[in-house]
Design a protein around this ligand. Structure first.
Ligand code: SF4
Ligand code: SF4
Length: 522
């Protein structure tokens, strides 16, 4: 429990959900065998995709870097095993749009050979500068493994004025069904804590590290307590927090642990806090101390639509249907296949899509297993959505404005503070698909913003061109005027006469100087 005398705070709203954790925690951690073919999307993180470094037909080693990122917010992807690149092409990727994305397709050679792709181990990380560690974390393609997939190197590089005093390690899996972090902590608590120490060193030595797990994760809690030698050890504190959804969301967790609210349009670093998922901390440890890029992760495979729910170590790029097959296959009829949990997960239209870095859970739900949507009715302004919204928004107003395409007004109502947790839709007696409307409004606003920026750029280019043409015209006119002035200067008869006279005088002066005289008759 939280250290005696210290308290936990509450965030506004939230809901208690049936965790369904026992479905997947009963079996030992498994490992999905190597696939014959891996599909690695080049864009698996928030930020820009990288440039592909390999070509079709090329042999790659396990862990070999496949892309090079140029943007600050970015992370490369790596080969999950050794083999041959057989295609670089668009393939379906796990995204709500169902659209395709550029992927590197690797035919495995079965040797799973690292070659020289594994980086030099940096065991004595304390002797390294924070910059060196950040470069290693970036090179190894580490992103937030809680589901957000934000590039970690950027997140552990706060601005000078953002003095970080607290590192929060997030092991609070608040969505029902998901138990991959629980499993990770039960098996690798020591590596998670080492990862936290590396993060602390990189952040310049914050005063404390708070490791949070939910109250329904007793084995994970115990594993951590054993590694730390207690619930409070040096700058580390182990904290058991109530299972209220969405406590695992970054801003809500920080509020529960510190009592401080991250500003609406700000970042945790603005209040001196950096928050990392426990699996990310372990990935940082593996990258720094063992030189391993991020090519695998633990995935919860669960729901009553799979035969043997459990947690499995899965290489990135493995097709989803192979992961499901390893978990005993489907129990038909399956109504929903989600990547993520039932509250924030993404519906997959095709199980040929690959597991990506953000895949924390594959949930196959049978008919009636998840809360049925029910008939959509008009809003009755009951205020239930307001009561549960952890971001203190007015969800029914946002819905009305999004529906009416009043996007400016929706922004005035802080649409972008919505974390899309789905609490409002969960309690809405009218079964309104509220979160769909918020996502739609956000995407429309982003599109409009992109269009506005493109129009601004085009306008600036046009203005610049007009300015250049005007300048060139002016300069031409000035040159012409100068030329004309010179010509008219020469054509002046008085000047001409004076010039001739001056030339005659100069010639006479030269003759006189030479002593020339006019020839005589004798
Ligand atoms: S919960 Fe549903 S019906 Fe009630 S106010 Fe909110 S949107 Fe309207
Ligand atoms: S989805 Fe958005 S509006 Fe609805 S409860 Fe969550 S934060 Fe509030």
């Amino acid at each position: 429990m939280y250290a005696p005398g210290e308290k936990l705070w509450h965030f506004h709203g939230g809901i208690r959900l049936d965790g369904q954790r026992e479905l997947s925690t009963g079996r030992p951690l498994g490992a999905v065998p190597l696939s014959a073919e891996f599909v690695v999307p080049v864009q698996q993180h928030i930020g820009q995709a990288g440039d592909v470094l390999v070509r079709e037909g090329q042999h790659v080693h396990r862990g070999q870097q496949l892309t090079q990122v140029r943007e600050y917010i970015g992370a490369p992807v790596h080969a999950p095993t050794s083999g041959k690149v057989i295609a670089i092409e668009n393939r379906p990727v796990p995204h709500p749009s169902g659209l395709e994305g550029l992927c590197v397709v690797i035919e495995a050679d079965g040797r799973d050979d690292w070659g020289d792709a594994r980086l030099e181990p940096l065991e004595d990380y304390r002797a390294l500068s924070p910059g060196r560690i950040r470069r290693r974390v970036r090179k190894c393609g580490i992103v937030g493994l809680g589901g957000a997939a934000f590039p970690t190197a950027a997140k552990i590089n706060p601005l000078h004025e953002q003095r970080i005093h607290t590192l929060v390690l997030n092991g609070a899996e608040c969505e029902p069904y998901i138990t991959c972090d629980d499993t990770l902590l039960r098996h690798h608590a020591a590596e998670v804590v080492e990862g936290a120490r590396i993060l602390m060193h990189t952040l310049g030595g914050p005063e404390r590290c708070l490791i949070a797990v939910e109250e329904d994760m007793p084995e994970a809690y115990e594993a951590l307590r054993e590694v730390l030698g207690g619930t409070s050890s040096g700058s580390f504190r182990l904290v058991s927090i109530p299972s209220i959804y969405p406590t695992g969301s970054e801003k809500q967790l920080i509020q529960v642990l510190t009592g401080r609210e991250v500003p609406a349009d700000g970042l945790p670093a603005d209040i001196g806090v950096v928050c990392q998922n426990v699996a990310t901390a372990r990935a940082v440890y593996r990258a720094v101390v063992h030189g391993e890029p991020l090519i695998e992760r633990i995935v919860t495979v669960t729901g009553r639509g799979v035969s043997e729910p459990g947690n499995h170590l899965v290489r990135i790029g493995t097709p989803v249907h192979e992961v499901i097959a390893h978990a005993g296959g489907y129990v038909e009829p399956v109504q929903w296949l989600l990547m993520g949990g039932p509250m924030m997960g993404v519906a997959l239209h095709d199980d040929a899509v690959p597991v990506v870095k953000a895949t924390n859970c594959l949930l196959a739900a049978r008919r009636g297993e998840l809360r049925a949507a029910g008939p959509v009715l008009p809003c009755i302004r009951c205020g239930e959505c307001v009561r549960v919204c952890p971001a203190r928004l007015l969800p029914h107003e946002l819905y009305r404005l999004a529906r009416a395409a009043e996007f400016d007004r929706a922004q005035e109502y802080d649409l972008f503070d919505c974390i899309e947790c789905g609490c409002c839709a969960y309690v809405c007696p009218s079964h309104l698909p509220l979160v769909h409307y918020y996502r739609y409004a956000k995407s429309e606003i982003r599109d409009l913003e992109r269009e506005r920026q493109a129009a601004d750029r085009a306008r600036r280019r046009h203005e610049f061109r007009l300015e250049r043409l005007e300048r060139e015209k002016r300069e031409r006119a000035e040159r012409l005027a100068k030329k004309k002035a010179a010509v008219s200067h020469k054509a002046d008869p008085e000047r001409k006469k004076a010039a001739v006279q001056a030339a005659v005088q100069r010639a006479q002066a030269r003759k006189a100087a030479r002593g020339d005289t006019a020839p005589t008759e004798d």
